[in-house]
Design a protein around this ligand. Structure first.
Ligand code: ATP
Length: 228
């Protein structure tokens, strides 16, 4: 049984966004989800996180339909900070402790310090990049099995990007599955085992990164630029 199985997933808003999408992913990999603006990457992650229920089709995690049970093993990071920015970091941590039984406070502060973020800050006093680092620290501090990270590195500088990539790798466990959506495929390529390309409502490419590199002899970004 795959960790994640999606069969004939459909969702419409004004237009059809996901159109008979099929996907199977095993645990033990870091997967990049790429595709043009507005193709449904965030929508797909929200469905997996249990936040979007108006879909049709079958979405199974460990063989179970999406429910509070699947949400319990899943750490979802939206593309924008979901709590009030008036909160202090301590208050954010307390909220996470309240909501998530698997939240490891010590681990959070360890990553937070590695990122050299200010302890006594309020979220609204942080820059976009600082918020992203805080969000990564929060997401990775849950002892979850699946991590869904929606555009986790859009606002950080190149050295912080490297640090975040290293932090994700350091915290990755063999039985985890990480899916992260990004437009910065070049920067994130060293992190990835697999890439998915979403277009026209379907996963049109689902390949291991080493397969693309050896078969096509080019970087992932060059490959996508050439194919599309
Ligand atoms: N709650 C909603 N109500 C109505 N339309 C929505 C809603 N959420 C998403 N959409 C529409 O669904 C489509 C897919 O949006 P989504 O945010 O999933 O795309 P995306 O691939 O993540 O885009 P981007 O790369 O720009 O972040 C867009 O046309 C968007 O306008």
């Amino acid at each position: 049984m795959s960790k994640l199985e999606i069969k004939n997933l459909n969702i419409n808003y004004k237009n059809k966004v996901l159109d008979d999408l099929n996907l199977e992913l095993d645990k033990g990999q870091i997967v990049g989800l790429v595709g043009p603006n507005g193709t449904g990457k965030s929508t797909l992650l929200r469905i997996l996180a249990g936040l979007e229920k108006t879909y049709k089709g079958e979405v199974l995690i460990d063989g179970e339909e999406i429910s509070h049970k699947t949400a319990d093993i899943l750490s979802y990071q939206p593309d924008k900070f979901a709590l009030s920015d008036r909160l202090s970091v301590k208050e954010v941590v307390n909220t996470y402790k309240l909501f998530f039984k698997d939240f490891d406070e010590d681990k959070f502060y360890k990553i937070y310090e590695e990122f050299k973020l200010p302890i006594k800050s309020k979220v609204k006093e942080m820059s976009k990049g600082m918020r992203e680092k805080m969000q990564i620290a929060l997401s990775l501090s849950r002892n979850a099995e699946i991590f869904l990270l929606d555009e986790p590195i859009s606002g950080v500088d190149p050295s912080a990007r490297k640090m975040i990539i290293q932090t994700i790798l350091n915290n990755f466990k063999e039985d985890n599955l990480i899916i992260l959506s990004t437009h910065l495929i070049n920067q994130i390529e060293p992190l990835l085992d697999r890439v998915l390309f979403l277009s026209d409502g379907k996963i049109t490419i689902n390949k291991r990164v080493d397969e693309i590199r050896s078969e096509e002899n080019m970087s992932i970004e060059d490959y996508f630029t050439e194919v599309f």
